[in-house]
Write a protein that binds this ligand. Structure first.
Ligand code: FES
Ligand code: FES
Length: 171
């Protein structure tokens, strides 16, 4: 019997077999998580650009940590909890995550290609630290590249979220 990997992706359990038959739910050992998300589950919000761990466009949350999904094999994700950009909004109301709202409010993107990865990297940071300093935000985003130079607006959005969180803590 073929080996299986099971994981939660955006709150839904997904089970794959490991193999090379080409069937939709059978994945080769060497398939990356980014490929599985995009090609098998149609979660195309996760972008793939460099494919080498250098640009951050493919960032997702794995067990609440931001990781480059092009560098992770799906076969190694057994038991993992994966969240992609599609999983950030409230599943019942469709309301966007506060980070997504602030990106819109602060115009923190241009073409938007890098944006899902940047938002997921920030989400990972804010889960650990709801009120990061600008230096901590910059450090968390050090692996995310943006060709459109929208960094200053991204930092503004992150600062605004840190301020909102600080105000909520002090209320
Ligand atoms: S596509 Fe994964 S880091 Fe660039
Ligand atoms: S907004 Fe275009 S690559 Fe970042």
């Amino acid at each position: 019997m073929s080996r299986q990997v099971s994981m939660t992706i955006n709150g839904k359990k997904e089970v794959f077999s490991i193999g090379h038959s080409g069937a939709r739910w059978e994945i080769p050992d060497e398939e990356t998580l980014s490929l599985t998300l995009r090609e098998r589950l149609n979660l195309t919000g996760t972008k793939e650009a460099c494919g080498q761990g250098a640009c951050g466009c493919c960032t997702v949350l794995m067990n609440n940590r931001a990781v480059p999904s092009c560098q992770i094999l799906t076969a190694d994700c057994d038991g993992a909890d994966i969240v992609t950009i599609e999983g950030l909004q409230d599943p019942d109301t469709g309301e966007l995550d506060p980070i997504q709202k602030l990106f819109i409010e602060k115009y923190a993107f241009q073409c938007g290609f890098c944006t899902p990865g940047i938002i997921m990297a920030l989400k990972g940071l804010f889960i650990k630290n709801p009120t990061p300093s600008r230096a901590e935000v910059a450090e968390a985003l050090s692996g995310n590249q943006c060709r459109c130079i929208s960094q200053y607006h991204v930092l503004d959005a992150a600062d605004a979220l840190a301020e909102l969180n600080a105000a909520a803590t002090n209320a």
